[in-house]
Design a protein around this ligand. Structure first.
Ligand code: CO8
Length: 260
């Protein structure tokens, strides 16, 4: 499928999804959010895609936020609908059965940081700057940022970032645990693709079920999470991937996973 604001390319099981409106620093308007929902839905259904990297076009930004010009004229009803539309994209990423890396190449602000936080983890360029400037606009994060950031780095650091609206650089984002690793700008995408390829090579069902256990478990008590993990673990023993992975180890050969 062709998109106006996105580039999607798949090589060896790894899809790169680039938000491609660099003139507005890849800001998320209703059209971009609609396209993101379609593209992610398709990538999730495509068995040839084993892992996804999301990044932004241009040198300056991953995504500089939701589109302020579009939001400035919204009614309360439209604001609510816009928030729900963005949240659908973020929840879709969490429910995808494949791992999704955010490669944050520049500004990731507001809805842009929310998009990155919805991904399974974040790699960042040394030039990255992240923050939640919403309060400086008289609003608050609305695409899941209050929930995802507080769960990721704890309430106090999340409070500081969200209540001040300040931006922090890549080094601080690394120290605070928002991003997993920081790279020189030219190395960011190759490193993200290399990591995605490593995840694409292993048993995709194992990755999919582990993602489900982690994402779902974060909203459960520890005991329920343990119980859910055990159920998924058991189900894997009914799959070809488990037979192949363990069989290959015993027979001292390379496993050929089929994802079923
Ligand atoms: N929305 C719309 N346009 C934007 C945005 C944005 N978020 N960010 C940048 N742009 C546009 C600029 O308007 C400018 O366009 P033009 O040339 O037509 O004026 C172009 O991109 C380039 O931007 P700048 O000239 O400003 O570039 P600078 O390098 O000077 O500054 C900054 C870069 C610091 C990133 C600056 O552009 C900026 O502060 N942008 C806004 C950042 C921001 O506040 N983001 C949060 C938005 S609110 C949000 O994301 C809410 C999410 C939840 C919504 C839930 C709804 C219910």
């Amino acid at each position: 499928m062709e998109f106006k604001n996105l580039l999607v390319a798949t090589v060896d099981g790894v899809a790169t999804l680039t938000i491609n409106s660099p003139r507005t620093l890849n800001a998320l308007n209703s059209e971009v959010l609609g396209e993101l929902e379609c593209a992610l839905y398709e990538l999730n259904l495509d068995d040839s895609v084993k892992a996804v990297v999301i990044t932004g076009a241009g040198e300056k930004a991953f995504v500089a936020g939701a589109d302020i010009k579009e939001m400035s004229a919204m009614t309360a009803y439209e604001g609510h609908q816009f928030g729900l539309k963005g949240q659908r994209v973020m929840l879709l990423i969490k429910k995808m059965t494949k791992p999704v890396i955010a490669a944050v190449n520049g500004f990731a602000l507001g809805g842009g940081l929310e998009l990155a936080l919805a991904c399974d983890f974040i790699y960042a360029s040394e030039k990255a700057k992240v923050g939640f400037p919403e309060v400086t606009l008289g609003i608050m994060p609305g695409f899941g940022g209050t929930q995802n950031l507080a769960r990721l780095i704890g309430k106090n650091k999340a409070n500081e970032l969200i209540f001040t609206g300040k931006m922090i650089d890549a080094a601080k984002a690394l120290a605070w645990g928002i991003v997993n690793e920081v790279f020189p700008p030219e190395e960011l995408l190759p490193k993200a693709l290399e990591c995605a390829a490593a995840m694409a090579r292993v048993g995709t069902l194992g990755v999919a079920y582990a993602k489900d256990a982690i994402v779902s478990g974060l909203d459960m008590t520890r005991e329920d999470g343990f119980r859910y993990e055990a159920s998924l673990f058991g189900v894997l023993f009914a799959t070809g991937d488990q037979k192949e992975g363990m069989g290959a180890f015993v027979e001292k050969r390379k496993a050929e996973f089929k994802g079923r």
